[in-house]
Design a protein around this ligand. Structure first.
Ligand SMILES: [Zn+2]
Length: 399
């Protein structure tokens, strides 16, 4: 068993509130982290650091848990740059472009899809994302959804079946038949490769009854529930997610007071304070790329709702894999403090995936760490667009 000491850390974000650590980010100064066998083995003052086989000097920089991107769509072919340009020239976003990507994805070989997934996974890792959730949803046939998930599962354990992304063109006049396909053979083919099930619950995609039926089928086969909800307008998604005990409702751009209360009602006491069992995952890259109003994170946080940040990386409405970019948007546009945004991009993402071994730096956690080219986590929002991720350790291995 070889060990590695990450030493001379100026500011260590642990996300663990205990003695010797400051504030909700559990910040320690002049710290060190010992890594053994892919896990954090020890965290403490640099002056007390144990011996290790190998030492990496952080040069007084800030060190954080790796980012947890709990919402991404990486299995697709083609891009929609022209649609983006048209939108920036004034055309509204409707979600209709998803079918363009479905056509390209069905026509692509496994190898083309695999190359894209691996390229984007590597791109995210370079920017500090050590855990990423990947959805299917651009195949929308039994075979294409199954292969999308199989390819996603090659790079992450956090795979999500999104056969109910949109009703594909060939089922446009018989959506009930498509829902039966999703709940039947498509789900059966997806389950061996998926941990989660998701539905795009939105006008023009799936309404509450269809979404409830599909999610219940997935739940019955052991999949966890997450949901695209309330992105383009008010709707039933958030309350449906709460009703079904979803780990996360994602987007949350258009919320009523009843939606916020429903989320707040899922609060439970935890060792780190009250948290909601259904997380609100905000995806500001989508509002940026569709030039839409941002969700109001402050309103959710003030109501006691646990908030996560994720990229929604996809070729149509948010083609960014950058968690630092999302942190900067959240601080500038969504009334989050830098500390809240950093927590949401690390521990918050872990909560949205119901994981306690990531997004946190304590003994026993996975040794996923990022070293910034900066003395403080504040710089992630303070220096937007600047490549501040100097070094990434994934499962304890320097990348
Ligand atoms: Zn999405």
């Amino acid at each position: 068993m070889s060990s590695l000491l990450l030493d001379n850390i100026g500011e260590l974000v642990t996300n663990v509130a205990d003695s010797g650590a400051d504030g909700p980010l559990g910040i320690r100064r002049r710290a060190a982290v010992l890594v053994e066998d892919g896990e954090v083995a020890w965290v403490g003052p640099a002056t007390d650091a144990p011996a290790a086989d190998r030492r990496v000097d952080a040069d007084g920089a800030a060190v954080l848990p790796g980012f947890v991107d709990s919402h991404a769509h990486l299995v697709f072919a083609g891009d929609r740059a022209a649609e983006f340009a048209a939108r920036m020239a004034g055309q509204p976003y409707t979600g209709g472009g998803i079918r363009t990507t479905v056509r390209a994805t069905r026509a692509a070989s496994d190898e083309e899809l695999r190359t894209t997934v691996r390229r984007l996974r590597a791109e995210a890792l370079r920017q500090g994302t050590t855990t990423i959730e990947i959805k299917s949803g651009y195949g929308l046939t039994v075979a294409d959804e199954a292969r999308s998930l199989r390819i996603a599962a090659e790079v992450t354990g956090e795979t999500t079946f999104l056969g109910a992304h949109v009703v594909p063109a060939e089922y446009a006049d018989r959506p009930d038949d498509y829902v039966s396909l999703v709940c039947g053979p498509m789900l059966t083919a997806a389950v061996p490769h998926a941990r989660w099930i998701d539905v795009f619950c939105e006008r023009g995609a799936f309404g509450a009854d269809h979404a409830r039926a599909i999610l219940a089928c997935g739940q019955a086969l052991g999949l966890g529930v997450r949901l695209h909800a309330n992105q383009l307008g008010p709707g039933p998604g958030v309350q449906l997610g709460v009703e079904l005990g979803a780990a996360s409702v994602d987007h949350c751009t258009h919320l009523t007071d009843v939606d916020v209360d429903a989320l707040a009602s899922t609060a439970v006491d935890t060792p780190s304070g009250p948290e909601t069992t259904t997380v609100a995952t905000l995806l500001p890259g989508a509002e940026f790329s569709t030039r839409s109003p941002y969700p109001d994170a402050r309103r959710l946080l003030d109501a006691g709702v646990t908030v996560a940040l994720a990229t929604d990386c996809n070729p149509g409405s948010s083609y960014t894999s950058s968690m630092p970019f999302c942190i900067a948007l959240a601080v500038r546009e969504m009334r989050m403090t830098p500390a809240e945004a950093v927590w949401a991009a690390t521990a918050g993402g872990a909560r949205a995936l119901r994981r306690d071994d990531i997004g946190v730096l304590r003994p026993g956690a996975r040794a996923d760490l990022i070293v910034l080219d900066a003395p403080s986590h504040l710089h992630l929002a303070y220096r937007p667009g600047v490549p501040l991720i100097r070094r990434v350790l994934h499962n304890g291995v320097p990348q």
